[in-house]
Write a protein that binds this ligand. Structure first.
Ligand SMILES: O=C(O)CCC(=O)C(=O)O
Ligand SMILES: [Fe+2]
Length: 348
């Protein structure tokens, strides 16, 4: 067992990372579209008179792309870069120090794994060009003893980062709730009360980026994902049947909606597929923070989204946080397959 970052620089891509031709990033049906960019939303305005405008921008971006970039979000550059440096140092440690945390058990509070999005459900042996440190990051006091104790700065910097990003996520969810016509506290409590997950994704330099992916196309599962992409590109978002690259902005956060939010909003906000391409010039690291529900929480379309002015019928049945996780594992992050598991088929 090895992490990709510990491979001696290979000249060619090892066979098991080579994707079938139709899944490769150069597939011409799904060419990168560089002419479309994700909206960039300045959150400063939400603190004052510009609140309605910011809410409107988030709703528009949410409906059109399912994604946006947030700037002036209130999380300090020192907090972001401080944690990113500690995390990059983690991946630079000797192999044994990282492999202490290696596990394929999904319920671990902190683990390192490699090669796949959902390894144990993969039926074939296709691997992806990614190492990942996955941990539960909030509430910090309860969870920090599970985190790597090396490098020395890791826990303290992660604690600061996790608290700041959690606050930002709650702020965003209040804006989103208002935008949907819900009570601004709608998402507080059980819908977002589970332990927050974090993926620290590390994509080493790849000898043949056109033959593999860092992460295959997937939608995120929960309410909201807040991602620090750093300054190396690689994230691509599906938009009108094409993949568009997300321009790296050093201290911005890429925000996207998860499948849970799509179902809670009865499809008004969509949880859009994304993937990660690799590159041969630079390693890339991203930090994804995923806000989650309590496992026992009942989730379903919000009453206002199905009864109110809109008088829409519910598209999804109610389910629990645990059911959502099980369905996601069973469908390996495939958006349509997962939504279908909860969809109500009205007969007329
Ligand atoms: O590396 C990225 O930019 C995206 C990561 C991602 O999609 C995830 O962790 O779910
Ligand atoms: Fe994702």
């Amino acid at each position: 067992m090895k992490l990709i970052c510990d491979f001696p620089s290979p000249k060619s891509l090892p066979d098991k990372y080579v994707l079938p031709p139709e899944e490769r990033p150069c597939n011409h049906e799904l060419r990168d579209d560089l002419s479309v960019a994700l909206p960039v939303i300045d959150l400063q305005g939400a603190l004052g008179d510009g609140r309605r405008q910011v809410i409107g921008d988030i709703m528009k971006a949410g409906k059109e792309f399912g994604f946006f970039q947030a700037v002036n979000h209130g999380v300090g550059e020192d907090v972001i870069q401080g944690f990113r440096e500690a995390a990059a140092e983690f991946f630079r440690m000797p192999a044994e120090a990282k492999l202490k945390h290696y596990s394929n058990e999904h319920n671990k509070h902190c683990r390192v794994f490699s090669g796949s999005v959902t390894s144990h459900t993969d039926t074939n042996d296709i691997r992806y060009w990614r190492d990942c440190l996955k941990l539960r990051c909030y509430p910090v006091d309860k969870l920090m003893h599970h985190w790597p104790s090396q490098p020395e700065t890791f826990r303290e910097r992660l604690a600061k980062y996790a608290v700041a990003v959690q606050e930002l996520a709650q702020r965003l969810l209040r804006l989103i709730a208002e935008g949907l016509g819900l009570d601004s506290q709608f998402f507080e409590g059980e819908l977002t009360g589970g332990e927050t997950m974090m993926n620290v994704n590390y994509y080493p330099r790849c000898p043949e980026p056109s033959l593999t992916l860092g992460i295959r196309p997937h939608s995120d599962r929960y309410i909201l994902t807040v991602l620090s992409q750093g300054d190396v590109s690689g994230l691509q978002v599906k938009h009108k049947g094409r993949w568009i690259g997300v321009q790296p902005m050093r201290n911005a956060f890429v925000v996207n909606f998860g499948l849970q939010l799509e179902m809670v909003t009865n499809g008004v906000l969509t949880s859009v597929e994304h993937r990660v391409v690799t590159n041969s010039a630079k390693a890339r690291m991203s930090v994804a923070t995923l806000i989650r529900p309590n496992m026992g929480c009942r989730i379903g379309p919000a009453p206002v989204m199905v009864n109110g002015k809109t008088s829409y019928r519910p598209k999804y049945r109610d389910f629990t946080g645990t059911e959502l996780i099980e369905a996601y594992e069973a469908t390996a992050g495939n958006r349509e397959a997962l939504l279908e598991m909860f969809r109500i088929h009205h007969t007329k």
